[in-house]
Design a protein around this ligand. Structure first.
Ligand code: SF4
Length: 83
């Protein structure tokens, strides 16, 4: 399945807007990990060695929404709009 036309339009508009305004570096996507804990145990990963209080950290809904707003990546716009 390809990228929907509306998403292609938003991405193109965003990139052109950044280029025309002279911005050289800008985010295209936001990868947000609201939970620090992981239930896998991949070889070589040090995450499991963190203390419980670190592993139990998680972002609130508002913190996630603020991160999306702060990032401004076009792919996160569709996530916000879907709520
Ligand atoms: S690398 Fe670490 S954090 Fe990532 S999936 Fe594997 S165990 Fe989880």
């Amino acid at each position: 399945m390809g990228v929907p036309l509306i998403q292609q339009y938003r991405m193109g508009k965003y990139i052109l807007g950044k280029k025309f305004s002279g911005v050289k570096k800008y985010p295209l996507v936001l990868m947000l990990e609201p939970l620090f804990r992981c239930n896998l145990a991949c070889a070589g990963c040090g995450k499991i060695d963190y203390p419980k209080e670190i592993l139990d950290k998680r972002l609130s809904y508002d913190e996630c929404m603020n991160a999306i707003d702060e990032c401004g990546a076009p792919s996160s716009l569709s996530l916000v709009e879907s709520h």
